[in-house]
Write a protein that binds this ligand. Structure first.
Ligand code: PLP
Length: 393
């Protein structure tokens, strides 16, 4: 598949993805001639409402859900906030949240805020991870209490790609009568999801991580789950989220989900081969480099590699000069020189955490691009290490 922009080698797909051409095509009528309000009584608006209905069906099909369980939102962050705040409002007597130390800021910062801004009205348990980024299920079982309103655990980590056993965790929460939310923003389209067979009450996804546009997300709310809306307003989204719908993006997300459902298995296996080729070669050719995160319990597109004794930001700048786009830590936290909270939670040594690069591939990458990165990275790391006072190579 041809790159959309041949001047860059784009390996930053966990930050955002290229909108698929098929998705753009599906969206265009709703940015041009089909501009009616989906809530209008006239046929012109009604046709737009029908397009939203179809998109809802396509999202539901990818997730193994019912269309009525899908609520469109503005992004993954909104979906995360909506789920957690809904649980706290539904069960005001419960004041405890269980989450992990490696969540995306969308959940991490909300939980911090709930603790501090409310004067510690809420208590948060943050589960530890081991050196490979995996959870301890005994610690999880012990964390669930009578007072727990909701568990919020990401399906797959945005920095390392490590996958958590959310099916089992949701089951355990259900046995204790506790709501379970998963931030599946990085997982949707990369792992098989069949919600009708799972005890997950809430699931968040984001369009721009799966080749749909930015500014559209979904909150899945399992049928029968008590729910309090976050965005109050009109009757849109079955009264679950007020505000006139972002029609074109919703239609685009529907198309992206349809494409993912049709091609996911084949595309993920191709992407995994590219990722493995990149990872194996970099680890073999660059001394003092190491993989962060479990080798196999991981998304097929993500490789987080530390290059000891060099700064991630410096590496990124050098990569940028060759047109190679990647991230150091999470894109949302870049700009600060603090090592990522995810790598710190895994106990990655300081000298390695600082020099970590996240390569996240997509179906638009080619083997030629991978080979350019394989060829350039050793030079970049070597040149930077020569300048490092700590490198004794
Ligand atoms: N959750 C995870 C795991 C993410 O990776 C991201 C984005 O990087 C988000 C939530 C936030 O999604 P959005 O950018 O749609 O708000």
């Amino acid at each position: 598949m041809a790159a959309a922009n041949p001047t860059v080698i784009y390996m930053d797909n966990n930050a955002t993805t290229r909108v698929a051409p098929e998705v753009v095509e599906a969206m265009m009528p709703f940015l041009t001639e089909s501009y009616g309000n989906p809530s209008s009584m006239h046929t012109f608006g009604g046709a737009v409402g029908q397009a939203i209905k179809e998109a809802r069906g396509k999202v539901a099909a990818l997730l193994g859900a019912e269309p009525g369980e899908i609520t469109f939102t503005s992004c993954g962050t909104e979906s995360d906030s909506t789920a957690i705040l809904s649980a706290l409002r539904t069960y005001p007597e419960k004041r405890h949240i269980v989450t992990t130390r490696v969540e995306h800021p969308a959940v991490k910062n909300l939980c911090e805020n709930l603790e501090t801004v409310t004067g510690h009205k809420y208590r948060v348990t943050r589960l530890k991870v081991n050196a490979e980024g995996l959870l301890d299920m005994a610690e999880y079982a012990a964390a669930l209490t009578e007072d727990t309103a909701i568990v919020s655990v990401m399906w797959a980590n945005n920095e390392t790609g490590v996958i958590f056993p959310v099916a089992e965790m949701a089951k355990m929460a259900k046995q204790r009568g506790i709501l379970f939310h998963t931030d599946a923003v990085q997982a949707v389209g990369k792992v098989a999801i069949d919600l009708k067979n799972l005890d997950i009450d809430f699931l968040s996804l984001s369009g721009h991580k799966l080749h749909a546009p930015k500014g559209v997300g979904v909150l899945y709310i399992k049928r029968g789950t008590l729910f309090v809306p976050f965005m109050m307003g009109g009757h849109q989204e079955h009264g679950r989220r007020g505000g006139t719908e972002n029609v074109a993006s919703i239609v685009g997300l529907g198309r992206a989900c349809e494409l993912a459902a049709a091609k996911m298995v084949e595309e993920n296996s191709r992407v995994k081969k590219l990722r493995d080729r990149l990872e194996e070669k970099l680890l073999a050719t660059i001394p003092k480099s190491m993989l962060n995160g479990h080798k196999t319990e991981r998304l097929p597109n993500t490789a987080n590699i530390s290059f000891e004794f060099v700064e991630g930001e410096a590496i990124l700048l050098h990569m940028n000069q060759h047109g190679i786009c990647a991230s150091s830590g999470s894109a949302c936290t870049s700009g600060s020189l603090e090592p990522s909270h995810v790598l710190r939670a895994m106990g990655v040594p300081f000298t390695a955490a600082h020099g970590s690069i996240r390569f996240s591939l997509s179906v638009y990458n080619t083997v030629e691009e991978v080979d350019v990165v394989i060829a350039k990275m050793p030079e970049i790391i070597e040149s930077l290490r020569k300048l490092s006072p700590f490198w004794k190579g």
